[in-house]
Design a protein around this ligand. Structure first.
Ligand SMILES: Cc1cc2nc3c(=O)[nH]c(=O)nc-3n(C[C@H](O)[C@H](O)[C@H](O)COP(=O)(O)O)c2cc1C
Length: 415
């Protein structure tokens, strides 16, 4: 019977199993997780979300405390226009963190970086340019552009000596978005090396509006493939969102026509994943009714998460002095909502409650997850002490590669 390992995708003349582990900010797709997959010859994404904070934690730097002190006086101010990230420090942090990971990579697989346009950092283009170029300078092998159309991103990288060497891809949820992107990239004579089509069952932010449930991944993949064929473009398409088993992945390739898949939810409960144990067990204990799509994220995108996500209960003031990764022209929608609340606005006037995403992502208080999270319990066993066995990345990766039909190789503690 067919399995995912029967298939290959070719990048720069080398063949890989067509499975990518998607980026999960903030530091959920940790270096340990990415390196564990890369060692197996796989492709996995780091995330550059709140990277200066991640660098402080991983590399022992002090970027965030320095910024906090610098802007301490602005704590109560309603508008944060005068607050800026030090771009030289952003560059240094990116190079330090990514360079450190690349030094440990074996060369068997590929280490990619997920870069979200919505992380506007009070200087959307300036900060994005630094993040993209510093990652290339640090030796990253691929960059996946997500959470936004990224119409300017190719241009921002085009002067970099590695612009035509680093694998570059976009996450899209519609042909319309892809069409806009390709029109832009054409002027630089640089096509994307891959496209990730993310459907409505994905974790993290969704690229759909309130009608998300009316869309389905298979249809969008077929539309994207037909569109690329019509344009005579040979760009591999990776289907993402709800690909839970090796069999799902194989079907996506053999029956729907994708060239590969991108997955994330199965890896959130792995030992190497950055999510703390409490979150991993919450995912494992969840039933289908525990998962919702809501407006908690101030990015303007809908986000899927567990209903008992700690961030929903813990209201914190905007924390822009240390973080401020979502500021744009001095404002973030959560900061705006907070200001409205201080001014006495009613709940109706303020709209659906948001959270300080920076604070809560840093604290792993947003248990964002894919729609299939409630099935994670099918993939592992309960231990005698009542908790769950957390699989290794290798166990999950091999299950995707070799399982057939609807089978799952249930992860067992190693003897
Ligand atoms: C915990 C979690 C965090 C995520 N964070 C991000 C992110 O920071 N940026 C992004 O582009 N996608 C993010 N995603 C989406 C994944 O990269 C991936 O495309 C998608 O979840 C795949 O679907 P699956 O989770 O059903 O396998 C996240 C997904 C999960 C489960």
């Amino acid at each position: 019977m067919a399995c995912l390992n029967d298939h290959r995708v070719t990048f720069r003349g080398k063949e890989y199993v067509p499975l990518m582990v998607g980026g999960m900010g903030t530091n959920i797709s940790s270096a340990e997780m990415v390196l564990a997959v890369e060692k197996l010859g796989g492709i996995a994404h780091l995330s550059d979300a709140m990277l200066m904070d991640v660098a402080d934690r991983v590399c022992g730097t002090k970027y965030i405390p320095t910024k906090t002190m610098q802007y301490a006086k602005m704590r109560g101010s309603a508008d944060k226009k005068d607050m800026h990230f030090d771009l030289a420090q952003l560059e240094e942090a990116t190079k330090k963190y990514i360079g450190g990971v690349m030094e440990k990579a074996t060369g068997k697989g590929l280490v990619f970086l997920n870069v979200m346009e919505k992380l506007t950092m009070n200087d959307p283009m300036g900060s994005l340019k630094v993040r993209l170029n510093a990652a290339m300078d640090a030796g990253i092998q691929g960059i996946t552009l997500s959470a936004g159309l990224h119409l300017a991103s190719f241009k921002l990288m085009s002067e970099n000596p590695r612009f035509r060497e680093v694998l570059l891809g976009f996450v899209v949820s519609s042909v319309r978005a892809l069409n806009l992107i390709l029109k832009r990239t054409a002027s630089l004579e640089r096509l994307p090396d891959y496209i990730v089509v993310e459907g409505p069952k994905a974790g993290g932010h969704l690229g759909f509006g309130e009608d998300w449930a009316e869309h389905n991944l298979e249809d969008i993949v077929r539309e994207v493939k037909a569109f690329l064929k019509e344009k005579a473009l040979d760009i591999p398409v990776f289907a993402a969102g709800g690909v839970f088993t090796g069999g799902d992945a194989t079907r996506m390739i053999e029956e729907v026509g994708a060239d590969g898949v991108q997955v994330a939810t199965r890896f959130v409960i792995t030992q190497e994943c950055g999510m703390p144990a409490a979150g991993k067990y919450a995912y494992l204990n969840a039933v289908e009714e525990d998962i919702e799509v809501n407006h908690l994220s101030p990015t303007g995108y809908l986000m899927r998460m567990l209903k008992n996500t700690p961030a929903k209960k813990m209201v914190v003031p905007p924390n822009c002095e240390p973080y401020g990764f979502l500021l744009n022209q001095g404002m973030c929608p959560y900061l705006k909502q907070w200001n409205q609340k201080l001014a006495g606005a009613t709940a109706e006037e303020m709209g659906p409650a948001m959270c300080c995403l920076c604070t809560h992502m840093k604290l792993y208080n947003v248990w964002t997850c894919g729609a299939t999270t409630y099935r994670l319990k099918e993939t592992t066993v309960k231990l005698p002490n009542g908790t769950w066995y957390l699989p290794t990345c290798e166990q999950v990766y091999r299950d995707y590669l070799y399982s057939t039909g609807d089978d799952i190789m249930v992860a067992q503690p190693e003897a």
